[in-house]
Ligand binder design. Structure first.
Ligand code: FPP
Length: 239
């Protein structure tokens, strides 16, 4: 059967991206790794805008993992600086760009300035076309531990009994509460791992791995990933 044309298909609701390959992009050019992250931040801007024009409702990006603290102080500071600059600008333009923000991760380890920017961005989220979920100091396992602890605290407080726990109830303790699971997860840069990203939410996501470094990732790569998604036959464990 001929494949339906792109314009006939409803937009995906939620796309998630592991923004990988910034370091290699910089190395290929003899630049410091932070230059790769700066180019990666530009690529993110382009793709977030493009998602909005496609009608994608949620875009989740892996910006900093619980493991990324192992990198040099200079590199960590460089990524934090880029995030701060991006959020400062985004706070000015949120209404115009019709974008709102959520943050998945344990923000308590971030600088007080960055924590405040994250809170301000979340609190200003009203009218929007696309919601960007930034995973910051995020790990899928850490998210599940955090959820388990919060549920245990509610059990201790008498709000629930242990046997009340269901998949639906556990999902309400995750950072992604109220966000539908991603249909598509894209990892550029040629690596084929999940790297502790959205472990719970990715149960039925389609993964598309691509041989392009994140700073070079352009709207046509997103088109290719979406086309690949539509070629797949999603069965959710059925037949
Ligand atoms: C992975 O590439 C990328 C990161 C750990 C950081 C991602 C951060 C950004 C794109 C900038 C954040 C700011 C905004 C505004 C989105 P890598 O460094 O592991 O690449 P490599 O595997 O080639 O070394």
């Amino acid at each position: 059967m001929a494949h339906p044309e792109k314009q006939d298909l409803p937009p995906l609701q939620h796309i998630a991206i592991i923004m990988d390959g910034n370091g290699r992009w910089a190395k290929q050019r003899g630049l410091p790794r932070t230059a790769g992250h700066a180019a990666g931040a530009e690529s993110f801007r382009r793709i977030a805008n493009y998602c909005r024009t496609l009608g994608v409702k949620y875009l989740t990006v892996y910006a900093f993992s619980t493991e990324n603290w192992k990198r040099s102080q200079e590199e960590v500071a460089g990524i934090m600086r880029l995030l701060r600059r991006y959020l400062e600008e985004a706070l000015q333009d949120m209404e115009k760009n019709r974008v709102c923000f959520r943050f998945f991760g344990d923000l308590s380890r971030l600088s007080p300035e960055l924590q405040k920017l994250c809170r301000d961005a979340e609190n200003r989220s009203e009218e929007y076309d696309v919601q960007v979920n930034f995973c910051l100091n995020y790990g899928g396992r850490d998210e599940l531990v955090h959820a388990a602890k919060s549920f245990a605290a509610d059990v201790a407080a008498g709000k629930y009994r242990a046997e009340d726990l269901t998949e639906e109830l556990l999902a309400t303790y995750l950072y992604s509460k109220d966000v539908p699971d991603p249909e598509l997860i894209i990892r550029p840069s040629g690596e084929q791992r999940t790297s502790n990203f959205l472990l719970w939410q990715s149960a039925y996501s389609e993964y598309v791995f691509m041989n392009v470094l994140w700073p070079d990732f352009a709207p046509e790569h997103l088109d290719q990933a979406i086309a690949e998604y539509h070629r797949r036959n999603r069965r959710f464990g059925g037949v």
